[in-house]
Design a protein around this ligand. Structure first.
Ligand code: ADP
Ligand code: ZN
Length: 297
């Protein structure tokens, strides 16, 4: 049996899966992220086990927390680069996986992987330009632009854009270690918790936290509409489990754009424009498998 492998590498846990698509995951394991040697070693052992059982592993995709070096012409392709996560800066991730398994390895950010997965099997099927944004412990965005994942200089860092911050309505200074009150510093789950003194999942739907959160997410989405021209924006991650945020964000985007972007997707059909992931919480692992399929081509 021919199988594709995927590694969804998160800062707190790894998910490794093998399969052929969204309704064809053959096996999956998850384990906590410890040291690079131990964690990458466990991933390799999982795929070796699959091969030992008689399957043919065609390729492996790695969708990783970052920042990463996704440039195949760079000497540090496949590395996690400047992450603040202890022990993981300047770590060669794709290299040891490729060396141990002897198959093509696709390597990208977790959110670019999720974007590819959503485009292949999820909420962005049939589109060639869209954004996948996750709002959880951090904020990250992946972009498919005219059929290709956007890289350029490195990869997008949509979580660290600057948003207007009115200190009178929101005195919270922000908690991004690099920029204080960038988007991530204002709107992640940990930022919500630090501002209101309660975990985000404990705040009731009528708490003022949510109007403020929708305001920041709306500002960010409006900026992405204006800069990347996405045909759809997918919002995932733990914080977006709060489904009541979606209508607030859609209205915020319409208000901010103020009829300037005159397309029906935004003026009329915005419910189908800013949407949750079609793959739910499987977007990460399936995205990694989609990266493997791309690497095998
Ligand atoms: P990670 O980003 O670490 O992969 P998540 O996307 O689940 O994981 O993000 C975790 C963050 O999301 C935490 O700050 C948590 O408080 C918040 N979160 C998780 N579930 C919910 C929920 N149902 N409602 C609001 N916030 C949530
Ligand atoms: Zn930042």
């Amino acid at each position: 049996m021919d199988l594709f492998g995927g590694i969804e590498a998160g800062g707190t846990k790894f998910v490794c899966a093998v399969g052929n698509g969204s309704d064809d995951i053959v096996d999956e394991v998850r384990f906590p992220t410890t040291t690079p040697e131990e964690t990458i070693g466990k991933a390799i052992d999982f795929f070796r086990g699959i091969v030992a059982e008689g399957a043919t592993l065609r390729a492996v995709g790695i969708a990783s927390f970052g920042p990463v070096d996704p440039n195949p012409r760079s000497p540090t392709w496949g590395y996690i680069t400047s992450t603040p996560k202890s022990g993981w800066a300047n770590v060669n991730f794709a290299g040891p996986v490729q060396a141990a398994l002897g198959v093509p390895v696709g390597f990208d950010t977790d959110v670019n992987g999720a974007a590819l997965g959503e485009g292949t099997w999820g909420a962005a099927q049939g589109l060639d330009t869209f954004v996948y944004l996750t709002v959880g412990t951090g904020i990250g965005g992946g972009a498919m632009v005219e059929g290709r994942l956007l890289h350029g200089l490195m990869h997008t860092e949509m979580g660290h854009i600057r948003l207007p911050h009115d200190y009178e309505t929101d005195p919270f200074p922000g908690n991004c270690p690099f920029h204080d009150d960038c988007f991530e510093g204002l709107a992640t789950g940990p930022a919500i918790e630090a501002r209101w003194g309660q975990r985000a999942e404990m705040l009731p739907p009528d708490h003022p936290a949510w109007a403020l959160e929708a305001h920041y997410l709306g500002l960010a989405c409006a900026n992405f509409v204006l800069t990347l021209c996405p045909q759809r924006i997918i919002l995932g991650g733990g914080v977006m489990q709060q489904a009541h945020l979606f209508p607030l964000i859609r209205r915020e985007v319409q208000t901010l754009l103020n009829d300037y972007v005159r397309v029906p997707e935004i003026l009329r059909d915005i419910d189908a424009y800013i949407v949750p992931p079609g793959l739910g919480n499987r977007a990460g692992a399936l995205g990694a498998i989609a990266l493997a399929m791309q690497a095998a081509e």
